[in-house]
Ligand binder design. Sequence first.
Ligand SMILES: O=c1ccn([C@@H]2O[C@H](COP(=O)(O)OP(=O)(O)O[C@H]3OC[C@@H](O)[C@H](O)[C@H]3O)[C@@H](O)[C@H]2O)c(=O)[nH]1
Length: 293
Amino acid sequence: MVNKALQRLVSAVNRRRMKLLLGIALIAYVASVWGNFVNMSFLLNRSIQENGELKIERKIEEIVEPLREKIRDLEKSFTQKYPPVKFLSEKDRKRILITGGAGFVGSHLTDKLMMDGHEVTVVDNFFTGRKRNVEHWIGHENFELINHDVVEPLYIEVDQIYHLASPASPPNYMYNPIKTLKTNTIGTLNMLGLAKRVGARLLLASTSEVYGDPEVHPQSEGYWGHVNPIGPRACYDEGKRVAETMCYAYMKQGHITGQADDRCVVAHASRTERRLSISPWERCSQAQGPACQ
Ligand SMILES: O=c1ccn([C@@H]2O[C@H](COP(=O)(O)OP(=O)(O)O[C@H]3OC[C@@H](O)[C@H](O)[C@H]3O)[C@@H](O)[C@H]2O)c(=O)[nH]1
């Protein structure tokens, strides 16, 4: 009796255990199937994503490669052929502003000063000057070209100023006489103001036309001229005369210098000298202007 009861108890316990084990096994199976499913969908997603990224990368590469080639070509064509430039130590290298530097005289002066190893900034409104006159320096580390009208103030740091900006031939300066006057008066005043602010030396390119219709040939620095303030050329002649007067006033009042007499130089360029390229600049060295050395 007791035996039978014991056997029934054991078999009941075993059945429960079996059920429990089966339950655990089922849960484990479901969990592993779910885990695999999650893993698989993650991998699937990743591979789709990677595929997409690869495709986009390939597309970008296809677009960018020809551009890269173009840049390489441009770089090759830009590894310029600048004219030879002397090396100057920082102490000797000057920061030089040339107004009207894209014009005839200005562009030759730019060449000279660049080849001497200075840092040159050309400022020009391209009224008669052309970019192509100085384009062989574009991109050079010592060179800068600024499209600017000297009638507006200019704020830069320089050691020397060559002020050449002005229309120079009769058709050009008579085209707009008021503008010619403004360029030579307000423009010169602006450059003198800049020279005063930064303590720079200034050279003004004047003209033999300041002598008007001269009675003396050749004209010496002591000759005061035979001028007509209301004639058709007066906008240029008188504009340059005022510009000279302003330079001397700034110099005399000591605004451009500690030692008044050598900071401001006026050079008269004549037609004949023009044909001799930059020789007018040699004349001004008589005035002991370090700016024209
Ligand atoms: O308002 C103006 C007018 C003219 N300019 C520029 O000044 C430059 C004048 O050069 P040009 O080739 O016409 O004339 P030049 O080089 O012969 O003149 C030079 O000698 C005569 C002087 O009176 C001039 O001041 C000097 O520049 C040009 O680059 C012109 O674009 C300005 O920057 N601003």
